[in-house]
Design a protein around this ligand. Structure first.
Ligand code: LAC
Ligand code: ZN
Length: 468
């Protein structure tokens, strides 16, 4: 559908000023740069016509009603830490920054819930909830991300094997529809068979259906202990082949991460310190939490045994809190390090976890076929693989020519193993050209009808996931 949108006129700016106040509007280009991109190295920059920073639901509702009346596109945005271009205002219009909606409204210790606004950072949620003896278990690594962005992309991360992803940890939402109406979905209860589950439909919809203004999070109790085992392997395939066997053990780990040497070298440079085992090619990092130290110890004895059967000669369980923190910190910083020293395309394919060895093997074949190195790391325990095609040995021009072919082959391989093209970062604009590899025509048609029933004028985050 060829779309023509209304422009943000002086009259619209005047009305926006009435809604949020002059100090919460940005109209000069110099101060808009940070709102024109996210962390994706390829999505590029697009400037909005105006940045608006509402402080409550009523203001969001008024802004959307105004935008709707004038057919102006609206792009909701949290902290901008996304990796697929999902919050970039590709059609200009209004950039709706939720940064001022950053209150924790309630932490309910009786019902194990927290009600929060979308602009609260993950770091703040975790620390406030833990002060109350409770726990929000998501660990995507980027703690400066906002919870609204996490819900919009259905962020995953490192604790997903045990705790699931964002959608498994939310119970309800308040959201504003593109016409300015406010809806409330779900609530502070754990069961519901009452009509369609719009909480789960809006989660992961990348801001294309409604603007999230409140989130009811499901909390749990904080585990007493959290330990890490780090095992080095001679090859990536040895490391990866170990994972299905570890998952067959009776206890469920919090997470299983894998990584190749190349990523370790990049993060060593970024952190200016060495990671143990410089002579090995690949590693597993197994994270386990629980209430009994003995139980975790026993689990790690079994894990180490399996690792050794697959060629690991040793394994490390850091004894001190500091050493453990340093190891986890290094893992959290992978993307920061990559961004600084080797910005590259970031794939986040997910496959059924038992298919990880076969998929990774196929990826290395694709790498050889195209003559492009592909560096791998990621969340092996839930089948979510990060892949970086690297421009090492050919010209940038040649690399840019081959990259879409490499990506197409990777996505086709992921789907052929029963997987999905995005496990946790979303489609945004980056992966839009590849969506049809996974989503067939009847399913895409239903998705488009859903979009149209929420947003008949296609003003909310247009140009994301698919084009209408
Ligand atoms: C990670 C992010 C990039 O796993 O998803 O580091
Ligand atoms: Zn990840």
């Amino acid at each position: 559908m060829q779309q023509s949108y209304g422009r943000v006129t002086d009259q619209i700016i005047k009305e926006l000023v009435e809604i949020v106040g002059k100090s919460n509007i940005v109209t000069d280009r110099d101060n808009m740069e940070s709102y024109s991109h996210d962390e994706s190295p390829h999505a590029g920059k697009h400037f909005p016509e105006v940045v608006v920073k509402p402080e409550d639901t009523i203001s969001v509702a008024k802004i959307l009603a105004l935008a709707s009346k004038n057919k102006v596109p609206v792009t909701p945005r949290g902290a901008g830490t996304g990796l697929s271009g999902g919050c970039i205002p590709v059609y200009g219009g209004i950039l709706l920054s939720l940064e001022r909606m950053n209150r924790i409204i309630e932490i309910d210790r009786e019902n194990f819930t927290a009600t929060v606004e979308p602009g609260v950072t993950l770091s703040e949620i975790c620390s406030k909830v833990e002060e109350q003896g409770l726990y929000y278990p998501l660990y995507p690594g980027e703690m400066t991300a906002t919870i609204g962005g996490n819900v919009a992309t259905n962020a995953g991360g490192m604790n997903a094997v045990k705790y699931g992803v964002t959608r498994h940890n939310i119970l309800g939402l308040e959201a504003v529809l593109p016409n300015g109406e406010v809806i409330k979905t779900g609530g502070g209860y754990v069961k519901s068979s009452t009509g369609y589950d719009l909480t789960q439909l809006i989660a992961g919809s990348e801001g294309t259906l409604a603007v999230i203004t409140k989130i009811i999070l499901k909390l749990t109790t904080k585990p007493v202990k959290r330990e890490v085992l780090f095992a080095p392997f001679n090859s990536l395939q040895d490391a990866i082949d170990t994972v299905p066997e570890i998952l067959r053990l009776k206890m469920t780990p919090t997470g299983i991460e894998f990584m190749e040497r190349r990523i370790i070298e990049i993060v060593e440079k970024y952190l200016d310190r060495e990671i143990p085992y410089p002579q090995y090619d690949a590693f597993l990092m197994i994270i386990m939490d629980g209430d009994s130290e003995d139980e975790i110890h026993e689990y790690f004895v079994n894990v180490e045994e399996i690792c050794k059967q697959h060629g690991a000669t040793e394994a490390l369980v850091p004894g001190s809190e500091r050493a453990k923190r340093r190891l986890l910190d290094a893992r959290e910083k992978f993307y920061h390090a990559i961004k600084r020293y080797a910005p590259m395309e970031l794939v986040d394919v997910v496959v059924p976890r038992s298919k990880i060895p076969g998929f990774v093997r196929r990826v290395k074949e694709i790498s050889a076929e195209h003559g492009i190195p592909i560096v791998a790391y990621g969340h092996a325990g839930d089948g979510n693989v990060h892949l970086h095609p690297v421009c090492d040995n050919i010209s940038k021009e040649e690399f840019d020519k081959r990259l879409p072919l490499v990506l197409g082959d990777i996505y086709r391989a992921g789907v052929s193993f029963g997987g999905a093209i995005s496990g946790e970062h979303g489609i945004g604009i980056d992966k839009k050209p590849y969506l049809a590899i996974q989503i067939d025509a009847p399913l895409l048609a239903v998705m488009k009808k859903i979009k149209q029933s929420f947003d008949p004028d296609n003003i909310l985050n247009p140009g994301k996931i698919f084009d209408l």
